[in-house]
Design a protein around this ligand. Structure first.
Ligand SMILES: CSCC[C@H](NC=O)C(=O)N[C@@H](CO)C(=O)O
Length: 662
């Protein structure tokens, strides 16, 4: 009955928890993971190390719980656990001895360590770390008098990648590979040069070398995705190139027996979406084999089976994460679906897993009514391990999610989508509806918990979301239907989804709303230039003008060469034809904009262009600027609640009764 409905409140963003980065013990009996929860005082998500038996018993914290903890990594003998914590005031490496429970800080690093990895003998750590380039400013000015307050000195920049979304303006320098004794000591730098060591690093079986991936091309601007795998000798720091592929070769992982390396990458065809394939080669780079050539899905992550006979890997298919095993001599066998749940703001796919002996696995399990929990997979049996959100679930009514498929009105393409019903939904009533559009554009939504959408459903809105053409998890051809052609018929797919839901009879056609973030902001602003059916729109961190975007976004070498037929000044007509700003003259729908002021992916200047154009045209519009927020608007819980709250405020204004029945 409706009286029992207890919808989520905005403040419940602080109740969310999720289980991430599982690291299962080889015996498969227990797993260490990062328990992420929301801290009301700091307005941040914090991670703490917890352990639980894989039968779900004995859930307990592993540390005293001060600081933000991440990256738990077992020592090769499983007697110690390394992790990164900022307990000391900066991100440092810590060790926990499993027998005594004693923990100790073992590093004093100047910058945060990444890709932490134990040597096979358990005596060394390898990790990546930012390494500043010490350079004098090219202009030397007379110094200021003692005690004077002068303006900050100007910054001289000549690097390609001078700012990154989420990190801001970067000091000059690169991420390099280091080793350090596990009992502490001075880190020794193994790589140097004008390139970054990124992603997985993997020790050779004898511990004498480390494999890593980097883009060392002379002109990385011209080849932004073309990385290769290298081997560096730990003693001499001598470097050997292992692959020479046309495209990325990354995440090298040496096989348990030490004779082979698995990695991911693809043959670069300069397409907007290119699925990551799983490759195996000998450690000298010979006999490269593409294991997933026939899969036509992107490999998200992978781990060697402990006996070295195969590789477990995850991939998304039709909006859902799957785990599969590819034996080296055979074919891939899918083991389970339901992998995901790490995205908690919008229903994006994405999960993690960890491999024990004998085919036992732990993975983050997705569900539409809660964020990621851990689950155990043994043989074909899956069972839940954690229930971190049980308290949250039992107290509130969460909107139910129903899948639908439709056939495109422009061709025979099949499109998948989902309807989220407001708690207490009664199909005999008429509801306002929000179409919420994902970004990427090469990304995918799925039946995954999404707090932003839930909070809007809690306010009485039916929320519809789809994977229009261009989305991932349906194969490369589907994703590339918008190659050099975005936005285009993806708009039709979205409208087909609205038509389908309207035809069900429970949506008030006068109360249709549209919103989307990033690529979803592109499609929202595009849609309202092509139809007046929506009563109001919310355009979140959009691209409005592809020329200004490619020349201000952090990933400009990639966007300008992979998403367009050529550089902007040679293709002005193409860039402008696909830019929402070119069509703003047709917009009549009231628009609310919402963007982070520190967004370097889709800079706020895009939002400002649109806002000012709408004002020039006299279209009802407003702009919400989120101080300090990057492209990942949801990272601060207060912003996670602000976005749906502003959406509901704006949409309610344009409902027949001003939203008074909510
Ligand atoms: C349409 S411009 C690209 C923005 C961005 N794509 C890659 O970074 C994007 O759309 N991001 C999505 C997630 O992939 C988002 O929702 O922020």
């Amino acid at each position: 009955a409706e009286s029992e409905v207890n919808p989520l409140q905005y403040d419940d963003v602080f109740a969310l928890e999720l289980a991430a980065d599982p690291q299962v013990h080889a015996n498969g009996n227990h797993v260490v993971f990062v328990r992420r929860s929301m801290d009301r005082q700091t307005d941040r998500m914090v991670g703490r190390l917890w352990q639980v038996a894989t039968d779900g018993s004995n859930l307990r914290p592993l540390t005293s719980g001060e600081g933000n903890e991440s990256s738990p990594r077992w020592s090769p003998d499983f007697e110690r656990l390394a992790y990164v914590s900022d307990q000391s005031g900066s991100q440092q490496i810590h060790i926990r001895w499993q027998d005594s429970g004693h923990t100790s800080l073992v590093s004093t690093l100047p910058f945060s360590p990444g890709s932490l990895s134990w040597s096979p003998d358990g005596e060394w750590f390898a990790f990546t770390m930012f390494t500043p380039e010490s350079r004098q400013a090219p202009v030397q000015l007379p110094g200021k008098p003692a005690g004077a307050e002068w303006a900050e000195a100007p910054t001289y920049i000549d690097s390609v990648q001078y700012r990154r979304d989420g990190a801001g303006y970067s000091p000059q320098g690169n991420s390099h590979l280091y080793v350090m004794p596990v009992e502490g000591g001075t880190p020794r730098q193994l790589t140097e040069g004008d390139y970054d060591v990124r992603g997985t690093i993997s020790w050779s079986h004898d511990g004498e070398a480390i494999y890593y991936s980097a883009n060392k091309n002379e002109n990385p601007v011209a080849e932004p995705v073309n990385s290769d795998i290298y081997r560096v000798e730990v003693d001499s720091a001598e470097v050997q190139r292992i692959t020479n592929t046309n495209g990325p070769a990354s995440e090298p992982k040496v096989s348990p027996g030490g004779r082979q390396i698995a990695f991911v990458g693809y043959q670069d065809r300069q397409l907007a979406h290119q699925a990551n394939r799983l490759y195996v080669m000998n450690t000298d780079g010979s006999e490269i084999r593409n294991l997933t050539e026939d899969l036509d899905r992107s490999v998200s992550s992978f781990e060697w089976a402990r006996d070295g006979r195969g590789i477990y890997f995850s991939y998304d298919d039709e909006g859902e994460g799957h785990l599969a095993l590819h034996t080296l001599r055979g074919v891939a066998e899918t083991l389970t679906d339901g992998v995901g749940g790490l995205s908690y703001s919008r229903p994006y796919t994405g999960g993690q897993f960890s491999v024990a002996d004998n085919g036992k696995l732990v993975f983050t399990q997705m569900a539409s009514n809660r964020p990621a929990e851990l689950a155990f997979l043994e043989g074909s049996q899956t069972r839940p391990i954690t229930q971190l959100n049980r308290d949250f679930l039992s107290a509130f009514s969460v909107g139910e999610v129903e899948e639908f498929w439709l056939e495109s009105s422009v061709d025979d393409t099949r499109i998948q989508g989902w309807i989220m019903y407001p708690p207490g939904f009664d199909e005999s009533k008429q509801y306002p509806m929000i179409l919420e559009i994902h970004g990427g554009p090469h990304a995918a939504y799925g039946p995954v918990f999404a707090m932003e959408l839930q909070l809007m459903a809690a306010q009485g809105y039916v929320v519809v979301y789809t994977n229009p053409r261009g989305s991932t998890s349906y194969g490369e051809d589907f994703a590339n239907l918008i190659h050099h052609n975005y936005p285009s018929n993806d708009y039709d797919d979205l409208m087909d989804a609205v038509d389908l839901v309207v035809s069900r009879g429970f949506v008030d056609e006068e109360e249709l709303f549209i919103m989307g973030g990033s690529g979803g902001g592109v499609l929202t602003s595009w849609s309202i230039a092509h139809t007046d059916r929506f009563a109001a729109a919310m355009v979140v961190n959009p691209v409005i003008n592809w020329i200004s975007f490619t020349l201000t976004a952090d990933m400009y070498p990639y966007f300008s060469q992979y998403w367009f037929p050529g550089l902007p000044w040679d293709n002005v007509e193409h860039y402008m034809e696909y830019s929402p700003i070119s069509h703003v003259g047709k917009v009549n729908t009231p628009v609310l904009l919402f963007t982070g002021e520190s967004d370097h992916r889709t800079p706020i200047s895009e939002t400002e262009q649109y806002y000012q154009a709408l004002k020039l045209r006299g279209v009802e519009s407003a702009m919400v600027r989120v101080p300090g927020a990057s492209h990942a608007l949801h990272l601060r819980p207060s912003n996670l609640m602000a976005k749906p709250a502003y959406a509901v405020y704006w949409f309610d204004r344009f409902r027949a009764n001003g939203g008074e029945s909510n």
